[in-house]
Design a protein. Structure first.
Length: 59
């Protein structure tokens, strides 16, 4: 089963990524390539966490 600590750490990681994206948004310097890279990376991290969670749940 999924460990509570790792779930908590994953949520903290997602929260950190979202906060960094929010700070980029608040800087109002326009959207650059790095923003798309960060967004894609955070989406990939969330997808991997979700797939891992489902794989462990239904294994």
């Amino acid at each position: 089963m999924f460990k509570t600590g790792s779930v908590y750490n994953n949520f903290m990681l997602i929260n950190t990524v979202l906060q960094s994206l929010q700070s980029f948004h608040n800087s109002k310097r326009g959207i650059h390539l790095i923003d798309y890279i960060l967004l894609g990376f955070s989406a990939a991290v969330i997808a991997v966490i979700a797939i891992t969670f489902l794989a462990n749940k239904y294994a």
